[in-house]
Design a protein around this ligand. Sequence first.
Ligand SMILES: Nc1nc2c(ncn2[C@@H]2O[C@H](COP(=O)(O)OP(=O)(O)OP(=O)(O)O)[C@@H](O)[C@H]2O)c(=O)[nH]1
Ligand SMILES: [Mg+2]
Length: 110
Amino acid sequence: MAEDCCSFQLISGDGVLKVKGLENFTRTTNLAQRRLSYAVVAIIGPQSSGKSTLLNKLFRTDFWMMDAHGGRGQTTQGIWMGKGIGIEPFTIAMDVEGSDSSERGQVQIN
Ligand SMILES: Nc1nc2c(ncn2[C@@H]2O[C@H](COP(=O)(O)OP(=O)(O)OP(=O)(O)O)[C@@H](O)[C@H]2O)c(=O)[nH]1
Ligand SMILES: [Mg+2]
């Protein structure tokens, strides 16, 4: 099912909250009906340290991972959100931009 697979960008690289994507996620996952019966897991750390890869392995999300053949640049920008598959309680995974990206220059998010 499409709603079982797809992560979306919650906050863009320049800090804008993507309200439409969040509304779509809460609707398709019936998040409001779950009240407090869900968990949220976020990962932070240096760029290209395997954050997205680890989340995908643990929660079967589909966050973009770096393709090493294309160079070792920044992959995740801003904050992405996805639903863990096959895990109880319902778990939201948040994939965060690398905390030390050279692409961001002086404007650090940490
Ligand atoms: N050798 C090794 N490589 C790994 C491991 N985990 C991830 N990688 C590789 O490291 C690279 C970066 O992985 P990502 O998961 O995209 O790293 P990231 O921290 O999300 O990167 P950004 O989103 O750019 O901050 C990819 O080429 C992965 O295949 C690991 O445990 N061992
Ligand atoms: Mg990443």
